[in-house]
Design a protein. Sequence first.
Lengths: 587, 91
Amino acid sequence: MKLKGLPAYKGVVFGKASLYLPREAAPEPSCNSQTESTEEKVLRYETALRRADTEIEKIVCAAGKDDTEQKKIMCAHRMILEDVAMDEMIRNAITRGKSAANAICETYETFIALLQDAENQFTQERVSDMRDVRSRLLRCLSGEEEQSLSHLPEPVIIVTKELYPSDTVTIDRENVLAIVTETGGITSHTAILARSYGIPTVLSVPHITEYLSEGDELIVDAVTGCLYLDPTQEEITACRKQQAAYQKEKNVINTYAAAEGKTPDGIRIQIEMNISNADTVREEDAAHSDGVGLMRSEFLFMDREQLPDEETQLAHYRAALEKWRGKPVILRTVDIGGDKQLPCLPLKKEENPFLGKRALRLCFDRTDIFRTQLRAALRASVYGELWLMFPMVSSMDDWHRAKGFVQTVMEELAEEHIHFNPAIKLGIMIEVPSIAIMADQAAREVDFASVGTNDLCQYLMAADRMNPEVSAYYQTFNPAMFRILRYLAQCFTREKKPLGVCGEMGGDPRTALALVGMGIHMLSMNASAMPGVKRVINNITAEEARQITDAICEARTAEEAEAVLTVRLAALSEAELAERRSDEEVF
Amino acid sequence: MYEKRVTIINKTGLHARPAVVFVKTAAQYKASILVSRADKPGTKVNAKSMVFVLSLSASQGTEICITAEGADEQAAVEALAALTETGFDEG
């Protein structure tokens, strides 16, 4: 059987499926539920309770002495598991004739409903803990082992509904051959993980977890986005061919890892990295990049109960500046909104968090958070070339206001005789269409700008990038995107101000080519995307890129624009492979 | 039966760590202990149940009523009341 999904990171992989369904409640074993006596059911419940408790104990012990967020959560889970009132209710339900699993489900449902009604937000957050504990207890009842991606016994293809941020941190990189998910678009957590670790991945394959069983052989062709379940001999042969061709191409691409981003006609393109934490970036990747085009600061706010203080932030920013030794590091001020629930910063749930009080809007409201971050950033600015960028700027007012805050903090630091770079570059992230339309005005005032193409596309096309139902409407290749980007490039070129792109479009060799054609000379991306982009830049002149860009801006549909770029890239691969073949023949 | 009313003074209210301390303390006594919000006397819940205590949504400034019945009822109520009145050492 052949199924189709959305390729997020290329590669062709043959392997065994491993189903990862950690948050699913295990089904009740149908066998003994009728014949089992009440005593047997209670005994099974008690055994499950002990097993669940032992599992939690193990996690708590593994956390060691550190009072980590995970440890605190697990301790809360134990309190729920051992709750006397719930225990009593489960036992009563079993005595009344319910199966152990049904008794657990019912009781947890009752208590979850109780907490959901609570007025307090802290209490409502405990609901997700209750669900976790319920899943654990039900799984223990069914006798299944706990699943985790942190220690895989052998190389496998992970098949799952969707990965969660916690999975992406602990995943066993060595043994994950490929990832297949049921949901998620190209900007989901799974996709970001796949790209940053270079794991071949196919997303949005409906019901795939139901089609496959543990250990089933399958082929993941993450070049075309096809999956082959129980493949025929012909399919195997075709995939082997595809795999060899892809590997060959990848080898060619990797020869550009250490190359400079320079077109054959001599235009230097800065190839920069998108990072969260400088400590997790490999030294060689840092050395092969021209700086950091986007340093996200959100992770500093995750997994902690207290807001990160000035010293903590300073240490992180300083580490990045020292790692890139004088190359520019663009720090984006915190981009948090109602879509993320943070223990250190409880926010009101919003109907439409991406159109709500997020990023800069939140900072204007919580000036304490903004001030601390600006102080830390300014203090870090003496350790290297720090540029400061504000996300979610929607009008010139936002820019003026943000700049005013920086001014105030600078005065504060000066009064305290604390050193900082008073000439620090201040810029904006362009992701809201209104500021893109005002780019001529913006380019006059800001020191630089960077386009967040993921959000720009979702706001421009009015398509939620996390919603698979509308993924067809989220068109990064829509000519409207290219036109707006071309306009931005014109405005910034006129004012001789740097303009970069730090969204996914900067890391896709096809769109990168178009961006270069517009005159955008700063592209920021994940480490794994750098060689592919450098290769395109080194082989196609800026002049030819300009002509291609003009053509795609005149295209009528996303499909037409994408085809122009895809064909040009295919021609490049063809030419390079032909060159290699003739080299091989000579030797 | 022994009963006492106290006001929650700590910042977090009866959530997170303070709730854990409250429930663990209650569990040390044999008496059956109920707790309710003074403004909602109908919602008496088991003080030894973490989930029930959380469901009260008792935040800073809320007055709660602690009732116990059993051999050590007075000691239980006094211990829980003292804990609440000192803000669970949270300040």
